[in-house]
Design a protein around this ligand. Structure first.
Ligand SMILES: *Cc1c(COP(=O)(O)O)cnc(C)c1O
Length: 427
């Protein structure tokens, strides 16, 4: 049907919005394509302004675990809209969603709602610094925790170098407070802690890394991290903005049986509306204002529409068999892709867990960020563009997770695999 309307909108958007987009990865730049503009989404499908339909494996980057425009979520939001969109004061809905989060996560006694994952990690780190009275933090190369200054840092050379900013505008002094370690490499963390452990407030790690593509923790890695952080009295922050209510209801920490001190949430708990949250042990959380001295606030935090979308989404995900279904759908798709790749002799590594997966174009196993950087990016770009032409909407980067929802049917998987087969033949 063509994409003329999208092209015209993008041309205009570029004059009004930097790069024509409000979040960089939407620009499709790394795959040499122009972004599409969408007007509607329902279930597993998303529809662009030119009238093309796509099977969607982005799912708004994770939140749409039930599928787009879930009837119950939509009905609840509509009902709430009639009563008001923001009170700037407390509502029962905040208490209800907080109770659901505390019930879902054994390590969360108390939770504070914010408006994005970025706010959640930024606030959790401030709290960890205040609690430990230490300033430095450790993150892992390839793990993304939103765009706060101290988190926009990657390693210079070697695993244990002090951070250099990965964006202009991040003060060098701020970046110096961030150590980068290598994911799945405990020794890289130990080295930093042995040297400077008394100055480190926290280690922050993605529950299941999805922001370098899905890279699973090696056996013993997360357990070892928990032991090391305890030894050095360093807080462990598990960033479950992506993995929370996605990998299983209780997130990666339940899935892998790890007990972090603080947890960050986002994406799914907003059911498509802007919500983030961070929570943990009461004695840490009680340090937040107004009870304690650590300042953190938000005009729209806990607003009734976002809380409503979150509550209804979690209700949908709490039903029996939900995560089994998500896992089974993902497995069916991934096994199919592996089979086609083998037939066509295209080297791929297909990683999946729960409702998340990534197809890495690589002959070698993927264990850490550096392995991802060695993938065949040209082949990925071709794959992305041809899948899109075939009606399959994938994340436009090798460094991303794909998301399956409860609305993805057997017919969707069958259609997707038919397109994969055609596309792989031409790669
Ligand atoms: C998406 C994401 C964030 C940032 O959340 P925003 O809502 O985009 O600010 C932080 N951490 C992880 C693990 C994420 O996947």
């Amino acid at each position: 049907m063509g994409t003329a309307k999208s092209a015209a909108l993008f041309k205009k958007a570029e004059t009004l919005i930097p790069g024509g987009v409000n979040s960089p990865v939407r620009a499709f730049k790394s795959v040499g394509a122009k972004p599409l503009f969408f007007k509607r989404a329902k279930g597993s499908k998303i529809y662009d302004v030119d009238g093309n339909a796509y099977i969607d494996y982005i799912g708004s980057w994770g939140p749409m675990a039930l599928g787009h425009s879930d009837p119950k979520v939509v009905a609840a939001i509509k009902k709430m809209v009639d009563k008001g969109t923001s009170f700037g004061a407390s509502s029962e809905l905040e208490v209800e969603l907080a109770e659901m989060v505390v019930d879902a996560f054994k390590t969360i006694d108390m939770v504070r709602f914010v408006n994005s994952g970025t706010e959640a990690t930024m606030s959790a780190i401030r709290l960890a610094r205040a609690f430990t009275k230490r300033d430095k933090i450790i993150k892992f190369e390839g793990c993304y925790h939103g765009h706060a200054d101290s988190l926009l840092v990657k390693a210079g050379s070697g695993a244990a170098t002090l951070g250099v900013p990965s964006s202009p505008g991040v003060p060098a002094d701020v970046a110096k407070g961030t150590y980068n370690a290598t994911y799945n490499d405990l020794a890289s963390v130990k080295k930093i802690l042995d040297k400077d452990g008394k100055k480190v407030a926290c280690v922050i790690v993605e529950g299941l890394p999805g922001n370098m593509g899905v890279v699973k923790p090696k056996a013993g890695f997360l357990e070892g991290l928990r032991v090391l952080t305890k030894q050095h009295k360093v807080l462990l922050i598990m960033d479950e903005v992506m993995s929370g209510f996605r990998l299983c209801y209780g997130g990666a920490q339940d899935f892998y049986n790890i007990k972090p001190d603080l947890t960050c949430l986002g994406k799914v708990i907003g059911g498509g509306l802007p919500v983030g949250a961070f929570g943990g042990k009461a004695k840490i959380m009680e340090m937040l204002a107004p009870n304690g001295p650590v300042y953190q606030a938000g005009t729209l935090s806990g607003n009734p529409l976002a809380m409503t979308a979150g509550i209804e989404t979690l209700k949908g995900l709490k039903k029996k068999g939900v995560y089994e279904k998500l896992t089974a759908t993902t497995e069916k798709l991934c096994a199919g892709i592996e089979e086609i790749a083998k037939e066509q002799e295209i080297p791929v590594q297909v990683h999946r867990e729960g409702g998340m997966f990534t197809v890495f174009f690589s002959e070698k196993k993927i264990k850490k960020f550096k392995d991802v950087t060695n993938c065949d990016m040209d082949r990925f770009a071709k794959y992305f563009q041809k899948m899109l032409s075939g009606g399959i909407f994938l994340p436009p980067s090798q460094y991303e997770a794909n998301f399956v929802s409860l609305s993805h049917s057997d017919a969707d998987i069958k259609k997707t695999l038919q397109v994969v087969e055609k596309v792989f033949k031409s790669l």
